[in-house]
Write a protein that binds this ligand. Sequence first.
Ligand code: FES
Length: 334
Amino acid sequence: MSVRRLAEVQPEGFSPNRETTAFAKAAVKKYPDGKQASAVIPLLWRVQEQNAGWVSEPAIRWTAEFLDMPYIRVYEIATFYTMFNLQPVGEFHVQLCGTTPCMLRGSEDLKTVCRKVIGDQMAVTADGKLSWVEVECLGACVNAPMVQINKDYYEDLTPDILERILSDLRDGKDVKPGPQNSRHRSEPLGGALTLVGHVTAKKAKPKAAPKAKTEPKAKAEPKAKAAAPRKAKAAPAKAAAVAKPKKPRGVKAPKQPDDLKLISGVGPKLERTLNELGIYKFAQIAKWSKAEIDWVDDYLSFKGRIERDDWIKQAGALEKGVEEYVRVFGKKPK
Ligand code: FES
């Protein structure tokens, strides 16, 4: 970690407001007598909140005095943890994770966006809205690459998405934190892959039971009962395999990709996303199975739009040429 120093320009003093004083008194009470120093991190955090997002030198002194700690001990803590900003930050302060998993998944490109939209690290934009800094792992590696903006995580980012988020925050628009690629928390894309069969098997049990009861002899019952669960287990496995969304197989970028924008409902941005998935040709889309349609639909958060817009039929016609498209749909592709 690089050396972190206090800002060169400091305010003359720090005076806690009513909320900070009440917070500090309550925090200290959580620890036994003589152990009040244990409250140093929550106190510095509260001080930072009051002080427009950064910890000043007078605020560090006040915290040390309140907790009866040597000033240097509080200084060490404030300068060690990157959660404490040592100079003024923007209204929306971006902490960008640059550690290995995020780096392998594209954090360098995210840094380029921050430099373009915000400027140098720890510089505040002229409107006071944005600032950024690179930090070490924020513990959300499974959703890499990611950033933390104020208290929220934004995960599974691409440069385009981060740029949009920064622009929306600047414009005062609502922005949804969490994964940005439609997946739920850290589940695989397309939904959970484990315990699915387990739930279905439970539902299947009552169906198997009546068979065993029809056996005439008491001795035969155990065999029938033993056989029933096997059947019940096999059925849901099949059902789950049919229903499970499946990522369509992508290909390397061909020399002559098709113009996927000819499909009604596909614009330049969506075409780029499909290309990122290895989808370049009408023929690929025309062959998608239901499971593959479901996967892509979920990935794009389309809620059924692929089937509503009939991408498969459109792609099938476009594969044969514009004339075929006109013949099938009675109009030219856009
Ligand atoms: S490496 Fe980025 S969150 Fe862990």
